[in-house]
Design a protein around this ligand. Structure first.
Ligand SMILES: Cc1cc2nc3c(=O)[nH]c(=O)nc-3n(C[C@H](O)[C@H](O)[C@H](O)COP(=O)(O)OP(=O)(O)OC[C@H]3O[C@@H](n4cnc5c(N)ncnc54)[C@H](O)[C@@H]3O)c2cc1C
Length: 503
């Protein structure tokens, strides 16, 4: 191994920010001196839930792409396999390190543990660990009142990029590890979205040019959403695109649409407005989790503790996981997700709502299961969304999604259901949402595991009495003060029973 060391080395540690464009931490590290770009494969992340083969495949695609982009700028991406704190310590011993740089991450408990250890080992040798904001999440936020404005300012700020500056550092790199060393499947799954910035840019371009025109109408139905949604989510999660660059790109499109008054551009404008607000939601949820990481394990609202924890029905959970509940849209959504790594927002919400209300399962294990299936798993969005759909935040209206109503509204002809449940392929459309009523009976598809209306009524009654209990409303106010969106500041937190909704 040859090491030529001309000046202080600045290590940039890539994590969930696998891009060189609009990566503020990387740009700063590059300006600070000799750059050493590093990615560490941490075995702890890959052993056990929720990360698995689909995430690993997306990661490796993205790293290949990143390696080439860095090379074009004269930098060699170094790979290491092992414990990040130990690996970084060995770099600190070997090199004259100026600082360790990284992008801020809103991580789960493993990522926070890892960062605590790395911070300790940096302090022990007096090396600064600079974690630079990358997506509008604000550390040590005092309250939510000014958050939206600060987020907007960050999103409109200039994009940054890494200066081309050939490095003279030549450092041994480990090979990218074969997934099997972490016990993951070595076979490529071609149904999972492909990672890498090139794919992200293609998706953004096709969404902006054609696919996004009817986004606001097409996002809710699983028949149209696979094509009509942007499908950019795994790219934000792995950081192959920044939310800011997409926001600015869409702002330019919105401006052009405002100048053009045709009816064609009205549909586009509506869709791009909805899309743009969702980019703010992305960071709004991540901010919530950043400020309250216990949401990975505990109900946010103390008054909802003990609601479902004690009575987990394993058989229900297994049927839900296997797409065998007897409710066609629930099962088709679960099977589609398992096969492709993605499902649209409304079906995600329905899956958790069904598990939480109809099956009365505490959300922690269903959340882990979905995280293992979502290629775009992002703890900062996932846990707050799960808790919102499970009714444990205490500040959101209770939405009990009816699987039959959703099926009639979102898949009226049963196209999506037939695609993912071949057992129902020949069922008459009249019975596709309620195959149990078909006189021809389908033998290889299960009967419903619960009585839908009875289970919903029971869940609604439980939630209703909980929300009326002593102290519930006061705690809701506190939760709202800390985490509630100020988009509609005048609206009070929804603690009343009339906000129990059937969707
Ligand atoms: C129970 C549940 C769990 C979820 N878990 C995740 C997760 O782990 N990772 C994840 O990225 N999203 C999650 N979402 C949010 C949402 O479903 C996905 O972001 C979206 O379906 C991704 O597809 P897309 O990129 O085509 O989205 P588009 O509809 O094209 O939206 C564009 C972007 O806006 C953001 N966005 C859209 N909807 C939401 C939302 N409701 N909340 C926050 N941000 C949003 C995402 O960054 C998304 O990529 C979850 C939603 C629910 C109900």
């Amino acid at each position: 191994m040859i090491t030529v060391q001309l000046s202080m080395v600045n290590i940039f540690w890539f994590r969930r920010d696998l891009r060189i464009h609009d990566n503020p931490g990387l740009a700063l590290a590059g300006k600070a001196g000799q750059l050493l770009p590093l990615y560490i494969f941490d075995p702890k992340q890959w052993i056990g839930d929720p990360y698995g083969s689909r995430h690993y495949q997306f990661l490796c695609d993205s790293l290949e792409d990143l390696k080439m982009s860095l090379l074009e700028q004269g930098h060699i991406l170094v790979f290491r396999v092992g414990d990040p704190a130990a690996i970084l310590s060995s770099f600190f011993e070997e090199f004259n390190v100026g600082a360790l740089w990284a992008s801020q991450e809103v991580g789960d408990h493993c990522a926070r543990d890892r960062d605590r250890k790395v911070t300790q080992c940096c302090s022990a040798v007096g090396i600064q660990f600079e974690q630079v904001p990358q997506n509008g999440v604000i550390q040590m936020l005092e309250n939510r009142d000014t958050w939206a404005r600060q987020w907007h300012n960050f999103m409109l700020d200039d994009l940054v990029t890494l200066d081309a500056q050939p490095s003279s550092l030549i450092i041994r790199s480990d090979a990218m590890p074969c997934p099997t060393i972490f016990g993951l499947s070595g076979e490529r799954n071609s149904n999972i979205q492909k990672g890498g910035r090139a794919c992200a840019l293609e998706l953004l371009s096709s969404f902006k040019k054609t696919r996004g025109q009817h986004y606001s109408k097409e996002m809710s139905s699983p028949v149209t959403a696979f094509e009509g949604c942007s499908r950019l989510s795994p790219h934000y999660s792995f950081g192959t695109l920044s939310v800011r660059e997409v926001f600015q790109n869409i702002q330019r499109k919105r401006k052009r649409l405002r100048e053009n008054k045709s009816s064609h551009s009205k549909a586009w404008a509506r869709s791009m407005n909805s899309f743009s607000s969702r980019l703010r939601w992305h960071c709004h949820f991540m901010q919530k989790f950043n400020d309250e990481p216990r949401m990975e394990f505990e109900n946010l609202h103390c008054g909802t503790r003990g609601l479902r924890e004690e009575c987990f029905n394993e058989a229900f959970f297994e049927s839900w996981k296997q797409g065998q509940t007897g409710f066609p849209l629930v099962d088709a959504s679960m099977r589609a997700l398992k096969a492709t790594g993605w499902i649209n927002f409304r079906m995600r919400a329905m899956l958790i709502s069904f598990a939480s209300y109809h099956l009365w399962l505490h959300w922690v294990r269903p959340a882990k299961h979905l995280a293992s299936l979502f290629t775009d798993f992002e703890p900062g969005i996932h846990y707050p969304q799960v808790q919102m759909q499970a009714g444990t935040t205490g500040i959101n209206a209770i939405r009990i999604y009816s699987p039959s109503k959703q099926a009639r509204d979102q898949d009226p002809e049963g196209m999506f259901i037939r695609q993912w449940i071949p057992e129902l392929g020949s069922v008459n459309t009249k019975f596709i949402h309620t195959p149990w009523n078909d006189p021809g009976k389908v033998d290889d598809y299960p009967s419903p595991i619960v009585d839908e209306s009875h289970a919903r009524r029971e869940a609604a009654d439980r939630m209703h009495s909980l929300r009326k209990s002593n102290g519930f409303a006061n705690e809701s106010k506190e939760v709202f003060k800390k985490h509630g969106s100020r988009a509609r500041v005048l609206r009070k937190p929804s603690t009343k029973s009339h906000q129990l909704g059937l969707f």
